[in-house]
Design a protein around this ligand. Structure first.
Ligand code: ZN
Length: 241
């Protein structure tokens, strides 16, 4: 695997130990081009960076060393971890994103991503539940890598978590709204088990987390409304944890 090195100055001065690396966070760049993305992630004024960037043609760039804390996650939370830069490796995929012209991720790009993820999982013993997207850990602010990101495909390669539910069963239960409080409480408990952080009891907050969950696990309908299909998926995912 060929990795091109480009230096980004955007990382903490203090180094970290290998065993503080617990998560891998996937992003999209959300900018017009690869060039523009690399420029921003290496610009001292932008104060953002990531460990890796993967171009649409599959080219891999390393911007920050693993033992340095890159600035990619911002205010974020997953399971017992908070402000995840210090505990994570950030991987940016070049894609214009929702703001411009959100397109499918390219085959070569995903191939490179899978290679890197496999290495990282092995090296740092990353748990399946801790390989997630930016929107999962910062649902109030972020929507990347978005609903076009093929989580199921990656999970089939051993990367990240996926459910075991039958597609026909899921379709039957789509959009059947859940209104009772007990089920909703159960759902929130399952989402917390998966890793989502409910740090506020506000309804707007809950809706954003629900949307992040749907973006990741039920991309066919992202509406922030709890239905039976979401209940079934969350139940299945949390059963293994
Ligand atoms: Zn991001």
């Amino acid at each position: 695997m060929k990795i091109s090195k480009i230096y980004s100055p955007n990382f903490d001065k203090k180094k970290r130990s290998n065993n503080s690396i617990k998560l891998v966070i996937i992003h999209y760049t959300g900018m017009q081009s690869e060039r523009e993305s690399l420029f921003k992630l290496c610009d001292v004024k932008s104060k953002v960076s990531s460990h890796f960037v993967i171009g649409q043609n599959g080219k891999i760039y390393r911007l920050v060393q693993d033992n340095q804390i890159a600035w990619h996650a911002g205010k974020s939370c997953w399971g017992k971890y908070k402000n995840l830069n210090k505990n994570s490796i950030g991987i940016e995929l070049v894609n214009k994103g929702h703001q411009f012209n959100y397109t499918n991720f390219k085959k070569k790009q995903l191939k490179s991503l899978i290679q890197i993820c496999k290495l990282l999982i092995k090296k740092y013993k990353i748990k399946k539940k801790n390989l997630i997207g930016h929107s999962d850990v910062a649902p109030l602010r972020k929507a990347d890598p978005g609903e076009k990101f093929p989580w199921k495909h990656l999970a089939a390669k051993g990367i990240g978590n996926w459910h075991q539910c039958k597609p026909s069963l899921l379709r039957q239960n789509r959009n059947i709204k859940i209104l009772n409080k007990t089920d909703k409480t159960k759902f929130i408990r399952n989402l917390s088990k998966i890793g989502y952080c409910f740090s506020s009891k506000k309804k707007s907050f809950y809706i954003k987390i629900l949307r992040a969950f749907q973006r990741h696990y039920r991309k066919e309908l992202i509406n922030g409304v709890l239905d039976k299909e979401c209940m079934i998926i969350a139940q299945n995912l949390s059963k293994k944890l």
